[in-house]
Design a protein around this ligand. Structure first.
Ligand SMILES: [Zn+2]
Length: 249
């Protein structure tokens, strides 16, 4: 079974809560989000009702740019189509696990939100409309890799609680490091070449005992017996250095 990805244009009302969270609440992405919308930043300064002003701004933005956004949906479909089967198969090989029926259909939703969460229970993830094609494909790869990674993780640790797959748990943090390793694998790079390391910028700087975490994980990966042993070694390491790791992430 090879999963398919449906690309859709999001409706602001469906992701208003996501926008409210990332744009209005105190979180690590707020500043970056506001820098994408300087006009809204100005509105916010005088706002008496932030949620209402946010809704009005983004609904009107969506309306004004509808045609452009619909074009982007078509462009994204075209860019992803030739990659889908090859990437899905490569993910199976790398993780040494098969996709199951549960993942027959994914949804990639184009939104106005600069942060792109994934929704494990809905087989869905968001893509920011202002990303260029390379960044869009990277988002597809990054998010899809999370889905299969967690399936493998459940096989390795059957008792694990899926709550731990979400922010701010240690397992979630570890999962955010993984695309930085997995997507650099030759099997993926041969299909879609992208040397850009697919992790948050703060992850690139994490050092444990003087060594970059990404380099430590890369070594575990290169020296792995199988994917399971790579997971066990990485998780063991993160647990051992939890304090140091969480201080930086
Ligand atoms: Zn991620």
């Amino acid at each position: 079974m090879i999963p398919k990805v449906r690309v859709v244009l999001g409706e602001v009302k469906d992701y208003l809560g996501i926008l409210e969270y990332f744009v209005l609440s105190d979180n690590m992405f707020r500043k970056g989000c506001l820098s994408q919308y300087p006009k809204f930043k100005e509105i916010l300064k005088k706002s008496k009702n932030e949620k209402e002003d946010l809704r009005l701004f983004f609904e009107s933005f969506n309306k004004k740019n509808k045609k452009k956004l619909q074009k982007l949906v078509e462009k994204t479909k075209k860019a992803w189509a030739p990659l889908n089967n090859k990437i899905m198969k490569a993910f199976e090989d790398l993780h040494q696990i098969k996709w199951t029926k549960k993942h027959s259909n994914f949804t990639a939703r184009i939104t106005l939100c600069p942060v792109c969460p994934r929704y494990l229970e809905y087989n869905a993830f968001d893509v920011y409309y202002r990303f260029n094609e390379k960044r869009i494909i990277d988002t597809f790869l990054h998010e899809l890799s999370h889905f299969i990674f967690f399936e493998k993780l459940k096989k390795v640790y059957p008792k694990i609680n899926s709550k731990e797959f979400e922010h701010p748990h240690l397992i979630w943090k570890m999962s955010e490091v993984m695309p930085g390793i997995i997507l650099q694998d030759k099997k993926i790079q041969e299909i879609y070449k992208n040397k850009e390391i697919s992790v948050y910028d703060n992850i690139k700087k994490i050092k444990i005992e003087g060594k970059l975490l990404l380099e430590i994980f890369q070594k575990f990966y290169d020296e792995r017996n199988d994917f399971e042993s790579f997971i066990k070694k990485s998780y063991g390491f993160i647990k051992k250095h939890k304090k140091e790791f969480e201080r930086q992430f």
